[in-house]
Design a protein around this ligand. Structure first.
Ligand SMILES: Nc1nc2c(ncn2[C@@H]2O[C@H](COP(=O)(O)OP(=O)(O)O)[C@@H](O)[C@H]2O)c(=O)[nH]1
Ligand SMILES: [Mg+2]
Length: 442
């Protein structure tokens, strides 16, 4: 998500950085570029208007023009405004509630409801909860089978929904069943339609009235663009949604929907789907997303995701390496191994500071192949070399290349990349302002 926007904003900041002292005109020009960037990212026109007005007003004020480093200050303003547009202060999602905590999943057919609910149920399971998945799309037997099959695949329980009956009554029975058998979290997978219709809205309302779900999540397909937002309002009128799951964020390079939801619906994005696999779900934090858009990296999410999939020890090790600033080739290799284990390279790489710049130039599959090569090179080093890469003189590099059947130039490239990473991680330690500096630093 947001690749296009990231690229254009980077250009805008680069131009500003070259200016030294900023004039009113420079700011106007930068704001105009931001407006174009947002519009081509398919952000709702009203959001674009308010966003640019706000950035322009703040940039003209004292804090920017008179600042010691105005370009940096300008990007800080953009970062803060992006955070606001994406939902402002992050309210961390909480599983708490009187059991069974009920989630109602809503959305058009194909939006990703069933997949997202299964992902959420898996996340609940990882939180040591006992989830129950409940298919409520009686019109399509295939829908019930899809959930059953996901349940089997993930070893999660699926309610034995009867093939006939009223969805509201079945939902109520399922929640009673959950209470009776100790399931503390219930996910109701409702029927979708290709387009909004009154029957569907009535049915959803009846289900909501019957079971009073604590969470009413609308699943919106990020790739559907602005049309997804207009149907969202209808769902909200029917059931007063509590939050949004933005699915298929991995397939959307523009990100317009994510930037428009808060303004258009006034509801928070709680989770984003980043791939088809059950683990491809992330909690959504506006500030972290804003850093990613500005290519400042998102180490917090990277570590969280790692914790879900990699053993706790491995994740702690990785986090320790990152936060202590100790980043030897051993840490680098650990990162490479973790990346190999985790979902898609693309979503991982976007969380690494500065990686956006890299992503523009390379193909993701090449990166995956590249990972294996890099690991084999590090494997061919001695422990002393891994700890202290300064030892790696010409003859050692030749030996390593021979050892893993690569060229010396491959070894050189790996070391160069490692050094760049090391610098980036050290900078990240200095906090957000430091990361912002990185945007302008080189
Ligand atoms: N790439 C990607 N595909 C997704 C994501 N979420 C769902 N899908 C795919 O979208 C299609 C429709 O999903 P499904 O859950 O059946 O939608 P439903 O009709 O709303 O229940 C399926 O092929 C899913 O694999 C996601 O986050 N990323
Ligand atoms: Mg479905």
């Amino acid at each position: 998500m947001f690749e296009a926007l990231t690229g254009r904003l980077r250009e805008t900041f680069r131009t500003l950085r070259g200016r030294g002292k900023l004039s009113e005109n420079h700011i106007q020009e930068a704001v105009r570029e931001i407006r174009m960037a947002l519009l081509s990212a398919d952000v709702h026109i009203e959001v674009v208007r308010q966003f640019t007005a706000q950035v322009a007003e703040r940039a003209r004020g004292e804090e920017c023009l008179n600042s010691f480093s105005p370009a940096e200050q300008f990007s800080k303003i953009v970062y803060e405004e992006l955070t606001t547009v994406l939902g402002g202060e992050a309210q961390a999602f909480s599983w708490a509630g009187k059991p069974p905590v009920v989630f109602l999943g809503l959305g058009l057919q194909g939006s990703g409801k069933t997949t997202s609910l299964a992902k959420l149920a898996l996340a609940a399971h990882r939180e040591k909860r006992r989830p129950l998945l409940v298919p409520l799309d009686l019109a399509r037997p295939a829908a019930i089978e899809q959930l059953n099959s996901l349940g089997r695949q993930l070893s999660l329980d699926v309610y034995p929904t009867p093939s006939t009956g009223k969805p509201a009554q079945i939902a109520k029975d399922a929640v009673d069943h959950a209470a009776k058998f100790g399931f503390d979290t219930v996910f109701l997978d409702t029927a979708g339609r290709l387009a909004i219709d009154d029957d569907l809205m009535t049915e959803l309302k009846q289900i909501a009235d019957a079971v009073k779900p604590q969470h009413r999540f609308l699943v919106i397909d990020a790739m559907a663009g602005q049309t997804g937002l207009s149907t969202a309002k209808r769902f909200d009128e029917a059931t007063d949604i509590t939050g949004v799951v933005l699915s298929k964020a991995d397939g959307d390079a523009r990100g317009g929907v994510a930037l428009s939801i808060r303004h258009q619906l006034g509801k928070p994005i709680c989770f984003i789907g980043t791939g088809e696999k059950p683990a491809d779900l992330e909690a959504f934090y506006p500030d972290r997303m804003a850093s990613r858009i500005l290519d400042m990296g998102d180490l917090a999410s990277l570590v969280e995701r790692a914790q879900g999939l990699v053993s706790e020890d491995e994740a702690r090790e990785a986090a320790k390496g990152l936060s202590s600033g100790q980043f030897s080739l051993n840490e680098f290799r650990k990162q490479l191994r973790m990346m190999k284990k985790l979902g898609s390279m693309e979503s991982m790489l976007k969380m690494v500071p500065g990686a956006g710049r890299m992503m523009d130039k390379v193909n993701v599959n090449d990166i995956e192949k590249d990972l294996r090569v890099k690991e084999s090179i590090i494997d061919s080093m001695t422990e002393a070399e891994r700890q202290n890469p300064k030892l790696l003189n010409g003859s050692r590099r030749k030996r390593i290349a021979l050892g893993c059947g690569r060229q010396v130039s491959d070894v050189n490239r790996l070391i160069k990349e490692f050094e760049t990473m090391q610098v980036a991680f050290k900078r990240m330690r200095g906090g957000k302002m430091q990361a912002l500096k990185q945007l302008f630093g080189r």
